[in-house]
Design a protein around this ligand. Sequence first.
Ligand code: HEM
Length: 379
Amino acid sequence: MTFARRTLPAPPRRWPPLGHLPDWGGHPLELLEAGARLGPLFELNLGLRTVVGYSPGFNRRLLSDLSAFRSAGSFSRLVPYLAGGVILTDAPAHRERRATLNPSFHARSLEALRQRVRAAIRPVRGEFDALAWADTNVRRMLNAAFFSGEFEDALLHAYLAPLRRPFPLPMLPRPAVFARFRAELRRLGALRRVRGGDDLLAQLCRLEGGLEETRIALGAAHDTTTHTLAWTLWHLAAYPQWRHPEGLGPVIRETLRLFPPGWMGSRRLARDLEVDGCALPRGTLVMYSPYLTHRDPSLWPEPLAFRPQRFLHKPPAWAYLPFGGGERTCLGMHLAQLLLEEALSGFLDGTLRPCGGDPRPRPGVTLGPAGPLHLSFWP
Ligand code: HEM
């Protein structure tokens, strides 16, 4: 099939021979915002032809058609912490894979882990950095949920830490740490196969490829949940009128709207396709961006204002995607919810105050606050 290639708008390039790569490396949010001002579908040159869309219709299309929009060849492949398991499994195998994984991550089955997660949290008093606190405590909560706290914390930390560092650190291979990490997974999995258990590893280690799924889930879980927890605490301190049990849900949702850790997702086109009247050839890198969709003024009035009350009503379809959508919706959405509820509920009573810091978004593998985020808490 041949296509008449409609030219899509593209933001200016500072060094034309390098395409948009320098801006993508240095200021990807500004680059995306510059593109978004040109229209709902725009083009970037990131070494290969890249198309970015952010309208609800585009999101629905990309997230609903797993046979055309493939994970193989997307950005996730470049990050060894995410490159594997269900994340890199494409249709038709993806559906069956999710069907075997989903039961362990259903909200109801996760309830059994709640007490253990709660016990893993280290309470805080006085002045503290919410980002550092979230980083440690999300790791502790994940250790509790996946391994009943039995995974060696220093190794878990050593394994996960580069994910939150700037590029290219999250892309670098670390054979020695990965080997130790996998050996520890095997050891804990073998223990569970002998003596049983009720943590997530006890369920996952029985599946084919279950240890690899555990590794990938931890990579997908840690930074996303850490950043959400830190930013939500920051907003709870800044908007005390929402600091009560019923306010927590809307504050988390509004935090995830303005600062979605999954700020963009990418796919490769498995075949030539027409999208919004534009012919895209097979192999095109196609990106959706919760960050852009969540800040589109045609969907969210005064998008930059922090207003949890927006979520007293249902958002428009495919306009709110902090956990993605369709069949690839985040596997750990309910686990993240549980971790956030448990960690935040300890801050609902007492005095919580902002003491300064830098909450501006900094894009990496996930979007996180530049930090630190100094708060003071007196229970
Ligand atoms: C607030 C915390 C979290 C956020 C914001 C988040 C966000 C996302 C997003 C946006 C996607 C879709 C990516 C895409 O379409 O390319 C996704 C997928 C995924 N997430 Fe999460 N996530 C969070 C927590 C977790 C946790 C706790 C886990 C642990 C199990 C997890 C595991 C996964 C996995 C395995 C996928 C891939 C699913 C698939 O391809 O079928 N995430 N997440």
